[in-house]
Design a protein around this ligand. Structure first.
Ligand SMILES: CC(C)(COP(=O)(O)OP(=O)(O)OC[C@H]1O[C@@H](n2cnc3c(N)ncnc32)[C@H](O)[C@@H]1OP(=O)(O)O)[C@@H](O)C(=O)NCCC(=O)NCCS
Length: 160
């Protein structure tokens, strides 16, 4: 009989010292990765930047902005290192982000995903996100641009 064990993840806020490990994952996980400057700016402006470790190794990270005045949070980056994908780490990171949104008092959470990213789309849909729009030619590609699907989740009625 097999047993499914949730991955045990430790989370902590990202620091400048994490940037090289984070960017090493970023460059392997995305066709067009963020630059170190973008990630550093997210840290400096005070976005919610978190890293996730398993057995003291960094396996993922997430970046989210929260606009308290309009009650909206925006997940800007959610990433699991390639060798740790498909075993529930992304779901745990998303659950942590949703907890942060509820704590912050925001009621709506937004994010974008590439139509060519079935893992991300399945993850977000199964967490209750619904597609609310499409941004034309939003993502750069090595050889052009790709649309973004815009997803939203209303967390105001959620009960933990
Ligand atoms: C998208 C990503 C965050 C998902 O994280 P993950 O740890 O691989 O996903 P999980 O193991 O938690 O699985 C989450 C869901 O995605 C599904 N999934 C995972 N890999 C999949 C794949 N290759 N194809 C289709 N669905 C997949 C799982 O089946 C699961 O859904 P289910 O529980 O309904 O079966 C991860 O693949 C990743 O970091 N990719 C590169 C960066 C990226 O694209 N980030 C998202 C930007 S929008």
């Amino acid at each position: 009989m097999s047993t499914i064990v949730k991955p045990l993840l430790r989370n902590r806020p990202m620091t400048e010292q994490d940037l090289s490990a984070v960017m090493a994952i970023e460059s392997r996980a995305y066709p067009v990765p963020w630059t170190t400057g973008i990630m550093r700016d997210c840290l400096r402006v005070g976005y919610h930047c978190w890293v996730y470790e398993q057995d003291w190794e960094l396996v993922g990270y997430a970046v989210m902005s929260a606009a308290m005045d309009v009650g909206e949070a925006h997940i800007l980056n959610l990433c699991v290192r390639p060798e740790s994908q498909g075993v529930g780490v992304g779901r745990r990171i998303l659950e942590h982000m949703l907890d942060l949104v509820r704590e912050s008092g925001c009621h709506l959470i937004l994010l974008e995903a590439r139509p060519s990213n079935p893992a991300a789309i399945r993850l977000y849909r199964s967490a209750g996100f619904e597609q609310i729009g499409r941004r034309k030619a939003y993502y750069p590609l090595p050889d052009g641009r790709e649309d973004a699907l815009v997803f939203a989740l209303d967390v105001s009625g959620s009960i933990d």
